[in-house]
Design a protein. Structure first.
Lengths: 321, 70
């Protein structure tokens, strides 16, 4: 998993080259449609280049911004009148980044429906497993990579559950043999509290599921832990997440589940799954998990339901089973 | 009418500077920076998403059945 930072100089170079190629097209796209704020951000930079390098375009091109209603996945036009502006035009649709390709595909479909004569597409960044490959693009990144461009600040990552508070002084460490004698984490669930670090170490070293257990540590105190394994269907299973009772309410649970998502993403998993206690099924649904049709797990009188959530990744969807 | 490029060059602010904001903390949602995650039928930033999910996990730890050895 690589994080790419594309600075102002590089973006300008990509866009200058793009414009040089664009003006060779016949017919020249004379209606430009930036998609979402990311496309509009790119267009702002293009405007500066047009003014200097291609002043002949100034009087021949008009702009019709496109937006996506992410809840309904419907394409809309932020200004103008598509039924009057699009018919017969050669259209350029541009976006800053293409991840899954679904937005770009929808935008193309929409302008074609409105009667565009030709459609050309561009994105500065393209994910390699996107379902949509544009006419031209700047650079391609791997499916688990991330790219930042034209930012005023470069964000750091941190172990934190909320941006308002400073990050707590904690770290995460994969359980190792030396830590088997650490104090237990008492979370209040018997089936978890009786498991020793030795048991977890044994699971990691010799278990069939190739589990990994990570400890959330503040100096030498274990605040909580996370255990995961991967299935051959590329699901990452969260076997355990628990926080010591005395550390509840400080955001540490959020750190662990966020780290679980990071692990799922960097391991190229298609989904993350966990057993949610029956009373919490509705809550997990609200947060993007769906119930998997499987018999509930009964543990010491409590019923747990298998839930699954797709990992944020491009180009693919997963089934419910 | 679509915006003539000439007009846009003279006034780039006709393009939007704004986007969707997190309904909890108000941060401007940018997928690669703040994250965009679904909470019910609206999008929130990753920080708010994990904060809420984390609170639930603290109260109800995630458990899976395990084979006991020994």
């Amino acid at each position: 998993m690589i994080t790419n930072f594309v600075g102002e100089k590089e973006v300008t170079a990509y866009l200058r080259d793009f414009l040089r190629r664009l003006v060779t097209l016949n017919p020249l796209p004379n209606l430009w449609c930036p998609v979402t704020p990311s496309g509009e951000k790119l267009l702002r930079r293009i405007l500066e280049l047009v003014k200097v390098d291609h002043p002949n375009l100034v009087d021949s091109v008009s702009v019709l911004p496109i937006q996506l209603d992410r809840a309904t996945r419907k394409i809309a036009f932020r200004r103008g009148s598509p039924s009057k502006d699009i018919p017969g035009k050669s259209v350029l649709i541009l976006d800053g980044a293409i991840h899954s390709g679904s937005t770009m595909a929808r935008a193309v479909e929409k302008v074609v429906d409105y009667g565009a004569a030709e459609v050309c597409t561009y994105s500065l960044m393209l994910k390699c497993d996107s379902a949509f490959i544009p006419t031209m693009w700047g650079f391609m990144i791997d499916k688990t990579d991330r790219a930042f461009f034209l930012l005023e600040e470069i964000p750091n990552h941190r172990l934190s559950a909320h941006h308002e508070a400073p990050p707590p002084l904690v770290h995460i460490q994969r359980l190792d043999a030396e830590q088997r004698k650490l104090g237990r984490v008492v979370c209040g669930v018997k089936s978890l509290d009786r498991v020793t670090w030795g048991d977890r170490w044994f699971d990691m070293a010799a278990g069939e599921q190739d589990k990994s257990c990570y400890l959330l540590l503040k100096k030498k105190a274990v605040l909580g832990y996370l255990t995961v394994h991967h299935t051959n269907r590329r699901f990452m299973v969260v076997d355990e997440i628990a926080l010591h009772k005395k550390y509840h309410g400080k955001g540490y649970g959020g750190i662990l589940i966020r780290f679980a998502d990071t692990l799922a993403r960097q391991s190229d998993s298609v989904a993350i799954q966990l057993h949610a206690i029956k009373e919490q099924v509705k809550f997990y649904r609200h947060y993007g998990y769906h119930q998997v049709a499987e018999e509930p797990l009964n543990l010491e009188g409590e019923e747990y339901q298998l839930m699954r959530r797709p990992v944020l990744r491009s180009g693919r969807t997963i089934s419910n089973r | 009418m679509a915006i003539p490029l000439k007009e846009l060059i003279e006034n780039p602010d006709l393009l939007s500077k704004e986007g969707l904001r997190c309904p909890h903390c108000g941060v401007l949602l940018q997928e690669t920076i703040t994250g965009k995650r679904w909470e019910g039928d609206h999008e929130v930033c990753s920080d708010c998403y994990y904060e809420k999910l984390g609170e639930a996990i603290e109260k109800h730890p995630i458990v899976s059945g395990r084979v006991r050895r020994g």
